[in-house]
Ligand binder design. Sequence first.
Ligand SMILES: Nc1ncnc2c1ncn2[C@@H]1O[C@H](COP(=O)(O)OP(=O)(O)OP(=O)(O)O)[C@@H](O)[C@H]1O
Length: 615
Amino acid sequence: MTAPGTPTKTPAPLTDDQKTKADFAQTGRGLRPLLRLWPWAKPYLPQLSIMFVAALIATLAGLALPILTRSVVDGPIADGDKVALWWIGLIALGFGVVESFLIFIRRYMLTRGSLGVEADLRNDIYDHLQRLPISFHDRWQSGQLLSRAWGDLAMIRRFIGFSLVFILVNGLTFCVVVVVLVAMYWPLGVVVLLSAAPLVWMLYVFEKKFSVISHQIQEQRGDLATEVEEAAGGIRILKSFGRSRMAFLRYDVGARELNRLQLRRVKVLATIWALIEMHPQIVLAILLLFGGISVVGGSMTLGTFVAFISLFLLLQWPIASLGFLLADIQDAATAAARLFDVLDIDPDIADTEGVSNQPAPQSSASATLRFDDVSFKFADSDQFVLRGINLEIAPGETVAIVGPTGSGKTTLTALVPRLYDVTEGSITIDGTDIRDLSLERLRTEVAVAFEDPTLFSASVRENVAFGRPDASEEDIAEALEIAQATFVYDLPWGLDTRVGEQGMSLSGGQRQRVALARAVVGRPRVLVLDDPLSALDVHTEKLVEDALRRVLTATTGIVVAHRPSTVLLADRVALLQDGHITAIGTHSQLMQDVPAYRAILSKDADESSDLEEAR
Ligand SMILES: Nc1ncnc2c1ncn2[C@@H]1O[C@H](COP(=O)(O)OP(=O)(O)OP(=O)(O)O)[C@@H](O)[C@H]1O
């Protein structure tokens, strides 16, 4: 959550998100993003076409009734032919039955087509989010992503399943009716045709205004989703600092802004709907007046007049619906544009062409990990966080990274599994640049345990086997043993106990041990541990360390360490200061020769020497 404080009216610099809104307000993006949905709609073309044809025939079946009315008025009624009246009644009934059947077909196909497009798009977005690098997730609010993956997608589904069909059907109905009207009595038919011009103009003005508001509303929804998500995730902090009220006020400001935007939307919609609703009434008045004059003057039969007016009345719904259909379409266009904001971002950490996906030879249990002149800066920063890192870790060796807070330790370890890519230099495993390995292979060879041990809402077994779905029961048991996480067997359902956000609560130390088991389960060739023992009590830490020491002899390890006890897991230590490795050697060498190293570990120095003796 951003810095707490009571909301203020002081103008703040524009956030990225506000800039996006401003850009959008200036440029707009029209309906083009909807056309880009074609690749997702294409596989469902048969269903969507049947849906469209069914809707069209149902509408045209509706058009037959006024024409039948003309036949009744000018034919059987004028002639007193009762038998013909029965026939025409039966035909009208037949049209009604056909129309109902076609409505069923349309609804059925709608489910298959539009829900299919929605499901495919949702999967693709999820897949894309997984492939996007951490630098993307650093920049984007999770609520904005959530609102795209749910709210925006729902709008697109509604567009494909409803608005698109009806805008096409209504447009076609308008054309067909106008042609029939012109054929029936051309002077008034032309009046109806020309009446479309002010409509088009109104809709053009409306589209311009509405697109900006629609975008602002959807962005604001994303911001609110972020507030809710952060407040739920940080509920302990909010409560323990007594800041629930502050969080509510922040949410309230956002919710009021959303409310204000929605009211603006309603105002724009109400105006356009009123104008659109008025349009057919004005045209009807003109038709009644001049149609009546024509009937009196004898240039039009009464039956034609009744049919003409009835047919025109059939246009009332297509015209009146234009307002909300276009609002839907505009919302969907904004939603599609927001989805493409994410889908258009190329994952810059991806497999390069021709990368090797071959597993490493079984014989080599550990690997040589080498940093060659590695420098790194974050994408949105000019400052290098790491500079000229040169480090070689031999097979089976473990190097601890020690340094003051903010010196770049976590960043250094994140480069190994390519959570970020080096800015300069290279990292190699057994002489192969990690960018020349497929991500799948790299992340099989390198396993990571972070200081913050995130567990997923799943069973202990699933969490441990997370990176190795093919892990056997024995592999899992061994990993749990190594990580001193055998307490999981005492949970209510043992390995099947659900843990994580919606599961059983584990203590920080217990979660760290399960996360450690997850890292070691596949016997990775390179093990990256970012201070993974920080939440353990002294006794458990000792047990985990003993087990880890066994694992680390068989693998190449890089361990971020804040405490001497963790440092002693390593064969050598690299001191990182301001992004540079300033000293490298064994713990005792550095303690003896490097004052800065001594200073960093000094408060635990006594403990360290005790431990070293104990080793
Ligand atoms: N996503 C990011 N974008 C920009 N700068 C970042 C990002 N993450 C970290 N930094 C900056 O990079 C520097 C190194 O951070 P890093 O987390 O690697 O330090 P560290 O040595 O692991 O610190 P600690 O011991 O406190 O965990 C810090 O100045 C930090 O502010």
